[in-house]
Design a protein around this ligand. Sequence first.
Ligand code: NI
Length: 177
Amino acid sequence: MALRQIVHLPEPILRRKAKPVTRFDKDLQTLIDDMIETMREAPGVGLAAPQINISQQLAVVEYAEGEEDDEEENEDAPAKPKKLYVLINPEIAKVSDEKVMGVEGCLSIPGLIGEVERHEAIQVKALNRHGSPVKLKVDGWMARIFQHEIDHLNGVLFTDKAARVWKPSEDDQTELD
Ligand code: NI
């Protein structure tokens, strides 16, 4: 495995619609493993292939569901396990009517965070790393991360959708993806 370099704005690939993945070969498996390693090293909760200069419909997401959703929960409770997803050629099949605001950052836009409205829950159709179709239902922050990553595959960045953006201070703790 190897770390890949994350590109930043104004790199044009970040604005391009990525091409569908068609070959589920050994090179793709290496690329996926490299993306997971690069996301963890960043650290981030998601990474899309265009962010490492590869125009392919591929993203990885890793996050402990519920982390931010249950605020009353005992702080001494054991940490929830992280869930890892590999999304290939993903399409949003259904969205909740309910939308929620949240603060996002992006590994490709250092030094800027913003408040973005997202669907609270979504259903996604995608392929897994072996090319088999999967249907995923996610909500809360996982749904937010999925929407952020799928936007990346369409050349869309969180700053396009943000109600406002600002430079983070030390009090702003935001996951990046
Ligand atoms: Ni991002």
